[in-house]
Each structure stands twice: as C-alpha cells, then as structure tokens.
Design a protein around this ligand. Structure first.
Ligand SMILES: Nc1ncnc2c1ncn2[C@@H]1O[C@H](COP(=O)(O)OP(=O)(O)OP(=O)(O)O)[C@@H](O)[C@H]1O
Ligand SMILES: O=P(O)(O)OC[C@H]1O[C@H](OP(=O)(O)OP(=O)(O)O)[C@H](O)[C@@H]1O
Ligand SMILES: O=C(O)c1cccnc1
Length: 485
C-alpha cells in the first residue's frame, strides 16, 4: 500500500452494507447523483479554501479491492454472498465527477464535488471523500487566515509532531502550502509535493553542549550561510541574543551572515523588539527574527499590533490540527435518481431550513461584475440550464428571499469542472505551484468585506429562479404525501 493504493476499505461499514443490499435488490447499477458540500464556514471565516481534489482523484483512479480486502470482507458476520464479493474483485470507478479546482474560494451549500454513477460505487466513496476533502479544506482555510494576517512575512509549517497522525501531517502541509504558506519543516511532504523545506534547531542542540556559545559556534560551523539560532534555552536577552551576536560577528569575519535567530517562548513582542535593537546595534541588520510558540492568526495579529519585529513565523499545532474547529462538517447527499433515462431530483427534509438539500444535478456559477472584476455571488443552477450574460440577473437569498440584488454587466464562470467521465480522468492535475498561484489570484475576486477575519460580510450563494421553484414544489409534494398518510 502506498499513499494512493489500498484505500477500498477506508469506508464506513454501512456503505458496503448498502452496496450489498442494493445488489440483493437488483438496484446496484442504477444511476444516482450525489453532491459533496459543507453547510457552515469554519473559524467564523467569510470563505473556505477548497483542497483535497488531488488526493480524491488518486483515490478514485486506484480504487479496487485486493484479495486481502475480499478475504477480510468474506469473514464479516454479515456473510456477503460469494457472487457479491466476486463483483467487488472487478470493481473500478466508472462514474462522472465534476469538481471545484483546489485553491478556489468556496461557500456553504454549493457542491464542491458532483458525482454521477451507479449507486453502488457512489455509496462506497462517501466516507473517504468526506475524510480527504473535509480535513484538507479546513487546514487550507486556516492557512489562508494566517496568510491574511502575516501579510508578506514568511510562513513556515511546523506542525507534524502535533498532527493527528501522519496522513494529516502530510496532506495538511500540502493544504497549508497551497493556501499561502511558504515552506514546511516536514521533509516527506517536501519530497512528495515539492514544497520548499526550512528549519532551525531545537533546544536539545543547545543542551547537548557545555555552553550555549559553544553550541551556536558548532551550528554556525556546520551551516555558515543558513544558520538560525534558537536563543531562548537559558535567557533570551541576557544569554541567547548576545551569544548569537558573537557568533554573527565571527561568521562575518569569515565572510558569512548570521541568517537568523528564533524566539520560542516569553513575550514575543517585547523580546523581538529588544532582539532587533541589539542585532541592529551590533551591525547585524540582515539577521532575521523567526518566532514560534503556539501561534495562530490571533496571536500573530496581536503581535503585529504590538509592533513585534518578527520576519518569519513558524506555525504548528494550531494550524495542522485546525485547533479551534477540528471538523468542517462536510456532507455527501443524494440529489437525483435516474428514472427511465432522466434525472429525478430527490430531497432530504429537515426542520432546519439550512439542512434541506437542494435537489437535482447542478452547476455552480460565480457571477463576476464586469466593471469591478469582483465576484457578486455564486448561483446554483440545474445542469443543462445556461445563464444569459446579456440579460440582467436577479440574485436572491434562497431562505430570506426578500434579500435580492440585480446584476447587470457580468460574466458567469462555471466552477464545477469535469474531472472524470465514465471513470476516465479528463482533468490534468495542475502542479502544486500552479494551484498556489491560482489560489492567490482568486483572492483578487473578493471584496475586503468578505476577506476580513472577524465578522465578515456574508457572500451570497443563491439558487436560480427555476431551481428555487423546483425545490419548493418538491417540498410541497412531500408534505402533501405526508399529510395524506
Ligand atoms: N506579546 C504577546 N502578546 C500576545 N501573545 C503572546 C505574546 N507573546 C507570546 N504570546 C503567546 O502567548 C502564549 C505563551 O505560551 P506559554 O504560556 O506556554 O509560554 P511560553 O512563553 O511559550 O513558554 P514555554 O514554551 O516555556 O512554555 C503563546 O501562545 C505565545 O504565542
Ligand atoms: O508551537 P507550535 O505552533 O506547535 O510550533 C511547533 C513547536 O514545536 C517546537 O517545540 P517543541 O515540541 O520542541 O516543544 P516546546 O513547545 O516546549 O518548545 C517548536 O519550538 C514550536 O514551539
Ligand atoms: O525547524 C524548526 O525550528 C522547527 C521545526 C518543527 C517544529 N518546531 C520547530
């Protein structure tokens, strides 16, 4: 098993159970459509950053049951019939997938992935897709928040030791990088995804020597051009920084610069200002100050407000674990069934209107104002229905319908791109650098009001007139059926 193979059993048992029951029922090959989406933005943010498509693509391409998987299933107490297991042996993904591109700014209740295929195969995918996309989207969104606050400073991902196991460290690092981090300390992620790697040294290095000065000298000897010294092992201002300055001068005599110092405890605002002053007075103005220590967007913002003199930030625990909101709560819902060659929309009702699903096979268009080149809102519309860019468009809130706006000069960009057709990938995976660039460009589409971290303005995700009416009709029909008993 490598990163991409061996994941067929990475699913909830009830998916296999439903596949089996469909097979017994003779309905396993009937076509269905599912949407994957989330209902609430994480961290109180104004947008989320879509991530996880690449992993989902590899998963779908490699999806098959090995002999070991079949043997394991055959031992389950449910006693699946051998003919069913035989069918699993030949299982390949044969469906269609449309998806948002990684790095896209995404919003609640719009399909991030739309899948069409046999009910049997689509049921199997639910758990794994939610697992990959929920987590990666969460970390990418957290990283984007940190990037907003850090402005042009360097951001390093330091979280592996605190991540929820190895996969989270690796894929979380990729998500952080695509949403604006500059480097990682994780060499495996660096190797797998071609992410720049960076690092300093730990307290153990300093403790390993009879004196701090000796430890700094030895480190500088090994890395004369890239040496970042951790200065807080004993006393930052009385010992660490003065020793770093001494080593900086010794390096200078040999024609090198001390690259940086790292602060990892104490009052980072005060210490960075003092350290900057001491370094500058010693003629080491090119030496950078790196900070780490339980950082996130809130502490970085506060440190900046206090005038901290920090050039680079190492962020671990709070990024990689999405500390303040550890789950996106993404869902995967059945939206249509094929009946006599045509899609029949389905709906899931809830007493909470936010949780009522939007029926049918749909596209998501981003409506972009031609004058400002800013996004005005997203419009969900049935597949096969076009948006006429020559006519003014009325956007209205699907629940609070009195909230309307009219858009005149706009272009409409379809966000759901074809990824698989009949099980064949039709989408060329972009490089991570391309995704990162695309994400940075996307930012320009949004007003600051949606991008601010605290109480951002809600971005509109609306339904087309037709779709809204169809949803209401379907709701009425179901309520009538319930009333009739
Ligand atoms: N000036 C500051 N303003 C706001 N928050 C700060 C400031 N300086 C440091 N912090 C944050 O305060 C927290 C301090 O953490 P903690 O109490 O664990 O102490 P520490 O200084 O890191 O010491 P140690 O690592 O030895 O436990 C960290 O989250 C750090 O990022
Ligand atoms: O604080 P984070 O954002 O999670 O960043 C990673 C932390 O990992 C290292 O600490 P280490 O594990 O050596 O222990 P420490 O917290 O006691 O320094 C490093 O010095 C950071 O403090
Ligand atoms: O290189 C570092 O300074 C580093 C890496 C991981 C975690 N903490 C610090």
């Amino acid at each position: 098993m490598n990163a991409y193979t061996g994941w067929a059993l990475h699913t909830d048992k009830y998916q296999i159970t439903m596949m089996y029951a469909h097979w017994k029922n003779g309905s396993h090959l009937e076509r269905r459509a599912f949407d994957l989406y989330f209902r609430t933005l994480p961290f109180g943010n104004g947008y989320a950053v879509f991530a996880g498509l690449e992993r989902a693509v590899h998963y779908l391409e490699e999806l098959r049951f090995s002999e070991d998987d079949i043997r394991y299933l055959s031992k389950q107490p449910e006693k699946y019939e051998p003919a069913f297991l035989d069918m699993l042996r030949k299982f390949r993904f044969t469906g269609d997938v449309h998806g948002m591109l990684e790095g896209t700014f995404v919003f609640p209740n719009e399909p991030l992935l739309r899948l069409e295929g046999s009910v049997m195969e689509l049921q199997l995918l639910e758990t794994a897709l939610l697992n990959f996309i929920g987590y990666q989207t969460l970390v990418a969104t957290k990283a984007a928040r940190i990037r907003t606050i850090a402005e042009g400073d360097a951001l390093m991902e330091f979280g592996t030791r605190r991540a929820q196991e190895s996969d989270a460290a690796i894929w979380g690092t990729r998500a952080a990088y695509l949403a604006g981090f500059d480097a990682t300390s994780n060499l495996k992620a660096g190797d797998l995804f071609d992410i720049p790697t960076r690092g300093t040294h730990s307290h153990a290095w300093v403790q390993d020597f009879d004196s701090e000065l000796e430890s700094f000298r030895a480190f500088a000897h090994a890395f004369p051009d890239s040496c970042v010294l951790l200065v807080d092992t004993y006393d930052t201002l009385k010992s660490g920084v003065p020793h770093a300055i001494r080593v900086g001068h010794e390096l200078r005599e040999r024609g090198h610069d001390l690259a940086g110092i790292r602060l990892d405890s104490g009052d980072l605002a005060y210490l960075s200002k003092e350290a900057r002053r001491m370094l500058d007075e010693a003629g080491l103005s090119r030496t950078q100050i790196v900070a780490s220590s339980d950082l996130d967007e809130t502490t970085i913002q506060s440190l900046k407000n206090q005038g901290a003199r920090i050039d680079a930030w190492g962020v671990g625990t709070k990024l990689i674990t999405a500390y303040d909101q550890p789950a996106l709560g993404a869902v995967y819902k059945l939206v249509a069934r094929e009946r006599n060659g045509a899609w029949q929309p389905t709906i899931k009702i809830s007493s909470n209107p936010e949780k009522v699903t939007t029926p049918g096979v749909k596209n998501v268009y981003r409506i972009i104002d031609r004058d400002t080149e800013k996004a005005r809102g997203d419009l969900i519309i049935e597949e096969g229905h076009a948006i006429d860019e020559e006519q003014p468009l009325t956007l209205f809130h699907p629940i609070h319908t009195y909230r309307k706006k009219r858009v005149h000069e706009f272009h409409a960009v379809n966000l759901l791109q074809p990824i698989f057709r009949d099980g064949k990938r039709v989408y060329e995976l972009p490089s991570l650098q391309e995704i990162r660039r695309y994400h940075a460009e996307q930012r320009e589409l949004f007003w600051e009001e949606h991008l601010r971290l605290l109480n951002p303005e809600e971005y509109h995700v609306d339904l087309s007139d037709d779709l809204w009416k169809k949803k209401q009709e379907l709701l009425q029909k179901i309520y009538q059926t319930i009333r009739k008993g």
